[in-house]
Design a protein around this ligand. Structure first.
Ligand code: UD1
Ligand code: UDP
Length: 370
């Protein structure tokens, strides 16, 4: 059984790394790894942490790339790789442009597709953009759907995906998080090791979504600035995404403040430890919404919607929207109202038990094994 895994960005790499490790270890499976490198440095950080060595690297990333550029380069780049390897199945993850376009390229070669992290939906075509349509289109190309939760499975059933092709697995992000937090870790980063986590309240921030670029980001960063100016026992730590448009707005609004630390993207191990030591998290990331509940850290999601309602039901995640006043008030409430804080800061794990990769490998063997 030959299985080809393809991914291109940081979050796909983190969530697929434990699966690639399992596929590679299995004597019944020939595992081939192809990266599109839609991200470069942020992808390489993950490859090096998990010691993954891709068989193919399309190296497509361009500064300020548009979605059309990614689409064209992945589509033409994947064609010869798929023609040469002819795998029994191509595995893609989630909702990036690498995900959808790789699924499309595999379809053009009539190669079956397995979709890991299938069935997430906001039902808003333009939010998150372009991820919502990427997941819908990938879902309709895929032959096997690995849904993290029962709700994700229900979303697929509503779109007439056959039940026998859906497997509920949990989210592989929990497998990755457990792998990375297994060993004790001390920060090597100078800024992080200088922070007094015992006496300061640290707020970890990430923000990168395309639909937040521009005006929304100005609102989000202004609210964070207001909080940093008001509370002198607060330290903001923001590892800034490498998108130049994000960097520009972040340094314009948050640069030069003594208790705001704009740092380079962190390796996954220090980042998960930063989350674990933070007071709370402000983010528009998808993955962070899944990790934080199992770390017991309150999360304010700076988006209008989420495809991860399980985390909201678990009580650790709240939607803060993208308006400056609302974000400021919700951050302030978490800093000043112990009861509200305590209600959110408890560990719940709606996204699985760290066994998602094992279930995916079992399902692949059931489908393709002799
Ligand atoms: C992409 C995905 C998004 C995912 C996010 C995770 C699409 C359309 N978007 O968005 O779904 O949530 O990754 O982070 O698939 N850059 C670097 N080095 C890197 C990474 C990015 O310099 O290692 C810069 C480049 O200038 C690049 C830009 O960031 O052009 C944007 O990268 P891109 O992958 O197009 O979009 P993201 O916002 O990262
Ligand atoms: N992450 C990381 N270093 C950072 C910021 C985030 O390793 O500096 C991890 C985070 O723990 C999560 C993933 O990257 O697993 C989220 O990636 P991103 O926010 O880029 O994408 P999204 O989840 O929104 O698709």
């Amino acid at each position: 059984m030959k299985i080809m895994t393809v991914f291109g960005t940081r979050p796909e790499a983190i969530k697929m790394a434990p699966l690639v490790k399992k596929l590679t270890e299995d004597p019944e499976i020939q595992s081939v790894l192809c990266v599109t490198a839609q991200h470069r440095e942020m992808l390489d950080q993950v490859l090096s942490l998990f010691e993954l060595h891709p068989d193919y690297d399309l190296n497509i990333m361009k500064p300020n790339q548009t979605i059309s550029m990614i689409t064209a380069n992945v589509l033409t780049g994947m064609e010869p790789v798929l023609q040469k390897e002819k795998p029994d199945m191509v595995l893609v993850h989630g909702d990036t442009s690498t995900t959808f376009v790789t699924a499309l390229a595999a379809f053009y070669q009539q190669i079956p597709v397995g979709h890991v992290e299938a069935g997430l939906r906001t039902f808003d075509k333009y939010s998150p953009f372009p991820e919502e349509m990427n997941r819908v289109m990938t879902g309709h190309i895929a032959d096997l759907h690995f849904a993290p939760t029962g709700r994700n499975r229900d979303n697929l059933l509503r779109e007439s995906i056959a039940d026998e092709n859906i497997v509920i697995t949990g989210n592989t992000v929990i497998d990755a998080l457990l792998w990375v937090t297994e060993k004790p870790y001390e920060f090597e980063d100078e800024t992080l090791s200088a922070i007094d986590f015992d006496n300061k309240r640290v707020i970890a921030v990430t923000c990168h979504r395309r639909e937040n670029l521009g005006e929304n980001m100005v609102h989000i960063f202004s609210a964070i600035r207001d909080i940093a100016a008001e509370f002198d026992d607060v330290e903001i730590v923001y590892p800034v995404h490498m998108n130049p448009r994000v960097r520009e707005t972040a340094s314009e609004i948050l640069g030069g403040m003594q208790n705001v630390h704009l740092i380079e993207p962190l390796q996954y191990q220090p980042f998960s430890n930063l989350m674990a030591k933070s007071y709370f998290i402000v983010t528009d990331s998808g993955g962070v919404q899944e990790e934080a509940p199992s770390l017991g850290k309150p999360v304010l999601v700076v988006r209008r919607e989420t495809e991860r309602p399980e985390a909201i039901e678990a009580g650790t995640v709240r939607l803060a929207g993208v308006e400056r006043d609302t974000i400021y008030s919700m951050m302030r409430e978490l800093l000043t109202d112990e009861q509200v804080y305590r209600k959110m800061a408890h560990a719940e794990n709606p996204y699985g038990d760290g066994q998602a990769c094992r279930r995916i490998v079992e399902a692949l063997k059931k489908r393709f094994g002799s």
